[in-house]
Design a protein around this ligand. Structure first.
Ligand SMILES: NC(=O)c1ccc[n+]([C@@H]2O[C@H](COP(=O)([O-])OP(=O)(O)OC[C@H]3O[C@@H](n4cnc5c(N)ncnc54)[C@H](O)[C@@H]3O)[C@@H](O)[C@H]2O)c1
Length: 291
């Protein structure tokens, strides 16, 4: 897993690009908006809360366009995409980033109603972190396909996307968005001019987790501005597709290739499971010959 070094010059292709960011009012989304503005991109933030003002913004005088949107609402998301197109004429990159954490593990912990019966679990974390991302990507593909010029999608996954992590709902949602990226592999680039990538930040100082708690626990924490660099790189570099960039204390590495390589070592070199799947589909779809 060789480290990636990201230079400001890598962001030059983002000049004039139109970027829609969900969850861009705080943390990683806000830091990404600021970095993109600094590099002359045109940014729309779709968030359920207004943008948190940040006096130390590296792009003073520039601000993103804000649209109030809850990613769990199809109507809100549809409006956010339409507003971006109406204002700038197109969309080039979409950052599906809005997310929440919860101390509740709804799948493990029991909540009872007044009669003592088990209540249906509250799947809010899955609604925001998974369904919100699914719907954002649905709209992204729809608009990018219509435009027919190259664009990209970046998903905020997590280190919880590929390892054991006892926050059950959160881990489920983050594994799922990585599965979403992998499932889309055969449908987007190169069939459509749409690349899709994801980021896997380690502990990052944002609104989702108190910095003081992380630091008091003696755990290292990185700034959201470091994570923003991985997002901007994935948007800017047209050679990057189906990648997962891990960030920890401002150090970066692409890990998807290595994650998939181990299982591949057990397979005969001449085929992949995807190729097997396509062969099986051909057999299933072949019209039965009349006997
Ligand atoms: N901070 C970390 O350590 C860390 C690590 C790995 C992944 N992540 C992921 O990073 C992403 C961004 O979170 P962050 O850490 O910057 O936290 P944050 O709380 O600072 O930012 C999250 C933003 O998402 C918005 N949001 C939440 N629910 C929404 C909804 N339903 N509709 C629209 N907007 C909504 C919030 O208003 C907020 O502005 C999340 O997907 C999170 O899971 C964070």
């Amino acid at each position: 897993m060789p480290p990636i070094y990201i230079n400001d010059g890598d962001f030059a292709p983002l000049h004039g690009k139109v970027v829609l960011i969900t969850g861009g009012s705080s943390g990683i989304g806000l830091a990404t908006a600021q970095l993109l503005l600094e590099h002359q991109a045109l940014v729309v933030v779709a968030d359920r809360q207004p943008i948190i003002s940040n006096d130390s913004s590296p792009s003073p005088g520039k601000s993103p366009t804000f649209v109030q949107a809850d990613v769990t609402s199809w109507e809100d998301l549809t409006k956010a995409f339409q507003l971006t197109i109406d204002k700038f004429g197109r969309i080039d990159h979409i950052f599906a980033n809005a997310g929440i954490s919860s101390p509740v593990n709804s799948i493990v912990d029991d909540v009872l109603d007044e009669q003592g019966a088990l209540k249906e679990p509250d799947l809010k974390v899955l609604q925001v972190n998974l369904i919100g991302v699914v719907n954002t990507i649905k709209l992204a593909i729809h608009h990018l396909r219509k435009q027919q010029h190259p664009g990209s999608i970046v998903i905020t996954a997590s280190t919880a996307a590929y390892q054991q992590f006892s926050s059950v709902d959160y881990t489920t949602s983050k594994h799922a968005v990585l599965g979403l990226m992998r499932g889309l592999a055969g449908h987007l680039h190169p069939h459509l001019p749409i690349r899709i990538n994801a980021i896997a930040p380690s502990w990052t100082a944002t609104g989702i987790i108190p910095r003081s708690a992380v630091e008091a626990a003696g755990v290292a924490i990185q700034e959201p501005s470091a994570v923003a660099r991985t997002v901007a790189l994935l948007m800017a570099d047209e050679a990057r597709n189906q990648q997962l960039i891990y960030s920890n204390e401002g150090r970066f590495a692409e890990i998807e290739t290595d994650l998939l390589a181990e299982a591949d070592r057990l397979r005969p070199k001449e085929s992949s499971e995807e190729e097997d799947f396509q062969k099986i589909l051909l057999v299933i779809r072949k019209p039965q010959s009349a006997t």
